[in-house]
Design a protein around this ligand. Structure first.
Ligand SMILES: Cc1ncc(COP(=O)(O)O)c(C=O)c1O
Length: 288
């Protein structure tokens, strides 16, 4: 995406863990940090070849995905539409204020309407409101974005044994799993609870050719619920910042780094492995 130059990916160390490097997606871009540009670059390449004249997607009031999409669309001079779970009487979050500033048209969806976002009819209805628009699924899930996620390898040392990422839509995990060298194990840490043991996620991954032996999920690290931290996780983020001067967000990266620390404490065999943990960004969502 020429319209948005991004910095080369670098790795830094984690205080106290000589075997772990932090892959600094948070430093890729001052506005759109983390995995977002990797996922959106190929989508905008398709759009430039005529795949649509408007981009449209869904998300919450603090959505990193809508934020990045609005920014990228603005940079490409393309109209964008955000379907937001929220209500008009709620104050605009800093995320949505940015989206509006970048020209995104916002529509509010009730909780019930938002639940329809996995259905084809949902998108058909919105596409009839915006003919010629390209619908981008939640979190950017698409074959193009999965390929875009493979750019993480540019910052990962070739002698790495284990790569760990947050899992929201699973796009980043799928990209890594599909392109991992044979000696590298890919681990995903879901940031949302799923009483069905992540069967939906596994199924979705299988549909794009990622089989269960290509990755491992570390579950049980979601804390309270999606988007909120328990006290231990909150304290962890504070200490992590003091020791490393690296900010984490409450939705994805705090949960991931806290989970990795817990696993390293529980399973000493991990200390002999060379581990790369992706900092997938999301810091814009910290603003209140
Ligand atoms: C900051 C951040 N980290 C990680 C993820 C999870 O990535 P994925 O949706 O590719 O699983 C997201 C959501 O897209 C995100 O915004």
């Amino acid at each position: 995406m020429q319209a948005i130059p991004i910095a080369p990916l670098v790795a830094t160390s984690w205080f106290g863990y000589r075997n772990v490097s932090i892959i600094r997606g948070d430093l890729l871009h001052p506005v759109v940090s983390g995995n977002k540009l990797y996922k959106l670059i190929p989508v905008f390449e398709q759009l430039e070849k005529g795949a649509g004249t408007t981009v449209m997607s869904v998300g919450g009031r603090y959505s990193n995905h809508l934020h990045a999409l609005a920014f990228a669309a603005h940079a490409h001079g393309m109209p964008s539409v955000g379907l937001v779970q929220g209500y008009p009487e709620q104050p605009l979050t800093p995320t949505l204020r940015d989206c509006q500033r970048w020209g995104m048209t916002l529509h509010w969806l009730s909780k019930v309407d938002y639940q329809q976002r996995y259905e084809e009819e949902f998108w058909q209805q919105w596409q009839s409101e915006y003919p010629g628009s390209k619908a981008i699924l939640e979190g950017g899930w698409s074959n193009e974005s999965i390929v875009g996620g493979q750019q993480w390898w540019s910052g990962i040392a070739s002698d790495t044994d284990i790569v760990i990422t947050a899992v929201g839509s699973g796009t980043t995990l799928a990209g890594l799993a599909l392109s991992a060298p044979a000696h590298v194990k890919i681990i995903g840490i879901p940031v949302f609870n799923d009483p069905d043991g992540y069967q939906g996620l596994k199924q979705k991954l299988a549909e794009v050719g990622v089989s269960e032996n290509q990755y491992e999920l570390w579950s049980g690290h979601t804390g309270k619920k999606f988007g909120s931290l328990n006290q231990e996780q909150e304290e962890f983020a504070e200490v992590f910042y003091q020791q490393n001067r690296i900010k984490l967000d409450p939705v994805y990266t705090t949960k991931v780094f806290h989970a990795v620390q817990s696993r390293l404490q529980q399973d000493k065999t991990l200390l002999s492995k060379k581990i790369a943990v992706l900092h997938t960004g999301g810091l814009q969502g910290n603003r209140k």
